[in-house]
Design a protein around this ligand. Structure first.
Ligand SMILES: [Zn+2]
Length: 502
């Protein structure tokens, strides 16, 4: 496989509250992709961050009786702390209040075709929760159906972006998968939205309405940039777009693998507004947008405010990724999020089901297999076996593909994380059955040692433990590390990887 470059981002969440477990899903998916590409030798860059210029951050700070800056600093840090809790491998974390972002967003505004930005008097209904203007037909009893709150009537002179101009071009790019939207159902959703006709959208607001918070429009200090217009540019500013830095050139301009991971609720901004903005600024578009469903907890939707309500109901430890990980560890949570529902549809997390999965797949499945094998090969020289395994890979017994790559071929195109994990778990079952059938411990002499060694290094009759451990690494990095450690030096039994939950 030829090595290439790979750039991956998550959406940047608002910081009006601490992170909930729904965002954990997205950032873990992106992390698996980043780790996978690093492991197959791609030059990889993984960016995440926080969206701090939204009006709803300002309102949340005012409600908390705090300075906006103090408030966003604290919440942004909680998002950054997910790195430790979820074992994330992001390379950088961009905050939209940083100078490098502010300068970059302003540079981008100026880079857009001047004919695409114009000023117009406008009157509309704005939902602060959504940070977008709503049409009368979208409202239920005058309220935003997503937030169940009345919209704010706004009348002012704003800058507009000429989205309508890009209708045909966008349709064409998406139709032909030059901008590929995964899964296909989401692609169709975007195409049907475009087909209804694209209208120009407002990209600024008055300083008063923004409560003086946000990024000033270049050359007009009465106006603040629309929060989405600035936020979307984070995918460039995080790479050093403002100063035309090396990572920007390397990972955006000269790299065909640019992928955004987002939730289904913000698809229009990423698959319509953002590509049009990039076309206007004559910059390359993302190559792929992967759209995941929402995570519910015990069947209930978790928005940030609902997260607080769930916390009050005592479901807080399920909603809060930090609490959850403290109780069960990061790999078990990663495993559940990645394996237990379709990556494209909504999925549900219940503590009950989580525990069942943990016991069945991790304690009894992976955990048992590893301790069983450790017992069988106790006292073997792990380092020597790893060396043998590496040599067999070099010799190309099975081409030079590792199980990591083989599994990758199954899922990477469609980003089907759960299919990848099912296939690895199937390999573990095969290995387990082989032990059952061959009873290698009953053999004598050299034959016995050869057979037992195969349990770890085989890449022919079945996938030995070392191949499985490599394939698991992007998904369960901590576990993979622990197994490698246990099987290096003189192999000895160890504490169970996943003690059974009662
Ligand atoms: Zn709303």
């Amino acid at each position: 496989m030829e090595n290439s470059k790979f750039y991956i981002t998550t959406a940047i969440p608002y910081v009006n509250a601490a992170p909930h477990i729904g965002f954990a899903l997205e950032v873990v998916q992106a992390d698996v992709l980043a780790r996978y590409h690093r492991l197959i030798g791609d030059d990889t860059y993984f960016l995440t961050g926080t969206d701090e210029n939204a009006l709803k951050n300002v309102q949340a700070a005012e409600e908390a009786g705090e300075e906006v800056e103090t408030f966003v600093d604290r919440n942004s840090k909680r998002f950054k702390d997910l790195k430790g809790a979820l074992n994330l491998s992001f390379d950088d974390f961009i905050r939209t209040t940083e100078d490098r972002h502010i300068e970059g967003a302003q540079k981008f505004w100026k880079a857009c075709n001047p004919n695409d930005i114009y000023k117009k008097k406008y009157r509309g209904l704005y939902c602060v929760g959504c940070e977008e203007f709503k049409k009368g037909k979208d409202l239920v009893d005058g309220k935003c159906p997503e937030h169940n709150t009345p919209c704010e009537e706004v009348e002012e002179e704003n800058y507009f972006f000429r989205l309508s101009k890009y209708q045909d071009q966008l349709e064409d790019l998406i139709e032909k998968d030059e901008l590929k939207i995964i899964p296909k159902t989401r692609k169709n959703e975007v195409l049907s939205f475009i087909n209804q006709g694209l209208e120009d959208f407002s990209i600024s607001r008055s300083v008063e309405r923004a409560h003086g918070w946000g990024i000033p429009v270049p050359g007009d200090d009465t106006q603040i940039m629309y929060v989405w217009f600035d936020a979307l540019t984070n995918y460039l500013t995080g790479l050093g777009y403002a100063k035309n830095a090396e990572p920007f050139k390397k990972f955006w301009l000269e790299n065909p693998n640019r992928i955004h991971v987002i939730g289904k609720g913000i698809i229009r901004f990423h698959a319509v507004y953002w590509p049009a903005m990039l076309l206007s600024a004559e910059l390359p578009l993302p190559k792929k947008i992967f759209v995941h469903g929402y995570l519910t907890v015990d069947g209930q939707k978790i928005s940030k405010s609902q997260g607080q309500a769930l916390r009050r109901k005592g479901l807080g430890n399920v909603v809060d990724p930090f609490e959850f990980v403290k109780k069960y560890g990061s790999d078990p949570l990663r495993y559940y999020l990645l394996s237990k529902f379709s990556p494209y549809e909504d999925g549900d997390l219940s503590e009950e089901r989580f525990k069942k999965t943990y016991n069945a797949d991790l304690a009894n499945g992976l955990g048992n297999l590893v301790s069983r094998i450790a017992k069988l090969v106790e006292g073997f020289d792990g380092d020597r076996l790893w060396k043998l395994y590496e040599e067999s890979k070099q010799k190309g017994e099975k081409g030079t593909t590792t199980l990591l790559e083989e599994t990758g071929n199954l899922w990477i195109e469609k980003l089907n994380f759960s299919a990848a994990l099912s296939s690895i778990w199937l390999d573990m079952k095969t290995l387990d059955r082989w032990i059952e059938r061959e009873r290698p411990w009953e053999l004598k002499g050299d034959n016995k040692f050869r057979k037992l060694g195969k349990l770890l290094t085989s890449s022919t009759a079945f996938n030995g433990l070392f191949r499985i451990v490599e394939a698991l690494e992007p998904f369960l990095p901590e576990t993979s590390e622990k197994i490698k450690k246990q099987f290096s030096g003189k192999i000895a039994p160890a504490q169970p990887l996943f003690p059974r939950l009662g």
